[in-house]
Design a protein around this ligand. Structure first.
Ligand code: PLZ
Length: 462
């Protein structure tokens, strides 16, 4: 057995599993290999997995597979398990709830948990106006419903989305999503009345001097000329784009868009499905620039891994909808609500927003040093992101041509050494870091060592 970890240590306080990376030489092991064969016979191949191992246990920053390998989790199941995958507060809240009832359907026999989550969201989301919340199961469902509300409340049809956007895989949200392969190719026809305008993507702007407000004006002019402000129900935007490449728009871009929306009776929807719940070092990514959306969509980090999503927004918009116009069998399931209350209490008690800022400091310091050392002619194009939502965009040395091959090779090398790393980006050339916010400094440092080694070896080789 090859172990990359040093001597086994005590379990860090607050964790069940030892917070240490340990990979056997026969990876992927026999049990994962057997599960892969069973899977191939019954699971549709349209569902792909990033890693070839099967999970048996997960806690803090560690995912343990069925063969006993321990991986450092730098993906949190795509920004979901910010409190860890088995946070004690989530586990005990869920246990308590399942012993009483698993489901009644809020539309039939309502219960307190749903109301308590809505109370939390009214308090945590920006804006000191009266708010209303509706709960659903997935991010896509939240986005669908935000658009339904905006259309009904404004009596308008058009919805504006951005280049590089990701909003989901249902029919309407596929239409909102920018990238064709793998999300949209041959899955059409898509929902009508969706319009796409340019994003602010500082690293890839033709004119690198363009400011945030100027980039917003570029989008606004296109909206006014090609759609007409009076036809627009909503603008939907991820304050930091997720799947599209962890793109942080230039300062002033979001406020200018929000201001234009307000002036024109357009509902400004912030899709915080990936960026919400302390991930970026604030409760919500819009807080960094003081932007107050009319409706926020939330999911992922909200409930410590249980499927729950939400829209929270201005009472006048949400309450424009007739009774019975919004809902769904499972939306705001009581077990998921209990998990959300547990996860939110952990975020508050452990100040996970502060923890995200400390992760940002550690990661940024390390990779800025590496970038400086490797110089201008390296594969590192840009480091960006906020809090625990950080990315490295890889390029062909000396230019900006996207380097998807290097990105894949780096992620693959990290995996072989026991670190789960996700890629993203319109051009597939971005490595994104989304560690559980409860990860220990030691484990994070070990994961970053592995990533740094992989960048050096791939970068030198190319
Ligand atoms: N909005 C901003 O990031 C989900 C999707 C991964 P669901 N992102 C991960 C994949 O390949 O399916 C996401 C998001 C933003 C909406 C969604 C959709 O959330 O819970 O996956 O429906």
């Amino acid at each position: 057995m090859t172990t990359f970890a040093t001597t086994p240590g005590a379990v860090a306080p607050g964790f069940r599993l030892e917070q240490k990376r340990r990979i056997n030489s026969d990876f992927p092991g026999p049990k994962s290999t057997e599960l892969a064969a069973r899977r191939a016979a019954v699971v549709a191949k349209g569902v792909a997995s990033g890693v070839p191992v099967y999970a048996a246990d997960a806690d803090g920053g560690i995912i343990r597979d069925v063969d006993g390998n321990s991986f450092i989790d730098l993906g949190s199941g795509i920004a979901v398990t910010s409190v860890g995958a088995s946070d004690p507060a989530v586990v005990s809240a869920v246990k308590e709830q399942v012993e009483h009832f698993t489901h009644t359907c809020f539309m039939v026999t309502p219960y307190e948990g749903y109301i308590a989550v809505a109370e939390q969201l009214a308090e945590l989301t920006p804006g000191d106006f009266e708010k209303r919340t509706v709960l659903f199961n997935s991010g896509a469902e939240a986005v669908e419903n935000a658009v339904k509300v905006a259309r009904l409340a404004t009596g308008r049809n058009a919805v504006v989305a951005f280049d590089h956007a990701y909003h989901g895989r249902t029919n309407l949200t596929m239409a909102l999503t920018a990238k064709s392969m793998p999300y949209k190719t041959n899955f059409g026809p898509f929902a009508p009345e969706i319009y796409r305008v340019p994003m602010s993507y500082p690293f890839r702007e033709e004119n690198p001097a363009i400011t945030g407000p100027e980039a917003a004006q570029r989008a606004i002019t296109m909206i006014e000329k090609q759609i007409g402000a009076e036809s627009v129900a909503a603008i939907i935007i991820e304050p930091i784009q997720g799947e599209g490449g962890f793109i942080v728009p230039a300062e002033g871009f979001l406020p200018a868009l929000a201001e234009w929306a307000t002036a024109n009776g357009v509902v400004f929807i912030a899709d915080e499905v990936q960026s919400g719940f302390c991930r970026t070092g604030e409760w919500f990514a819009v807080n960094h620039e003081g932007v107050v959306p009319d409706i926020i969509t939330m999911a992922k980090g909200i409930a410590g891994g249980m499927p729950l999503s939400a829209i929270t927004g201005r009472a006048d918009l949400l309450d424009a909808v007739h009774a019975g116009g919004l809902g769904g069998t499972y939306g705001g399931n009581p077990v998921a609500c209990a998990a959300a209350l547990g996860a939110i209490s952990t975020m508050r008690e452990q100040d996970l927003a502060g923890r995200a800022r400390s992760i940002e400091a550690q990661v940024t310091q390390r990779f800025a040093t590496l970038q400086a050392e490797l110089g201008d002619h390296s594969i590192i194009g840009e480091l960006r992101g906020r809090g625990g939502m950080l990315a490295i965009e890889f390029v062909e040395p000396g230019g900006k041509t996207p380097n998807a091959d290097a990105t894949k090779a780096i992620a693959a090398q990290c995996l072989r050494e026991g670190v789960i790393i996700l890629t993203c980006g319109t051009y597939g050339n971005v490595i994104r870091l989304l560690p559980p916010l409860v990860i220990t400094d030691e484990l994070l440092a070990d994961g970053l060592d592995v990533l740094e080694r992989a960048i050096r070896s791939v970068g030198v080789g190319s």
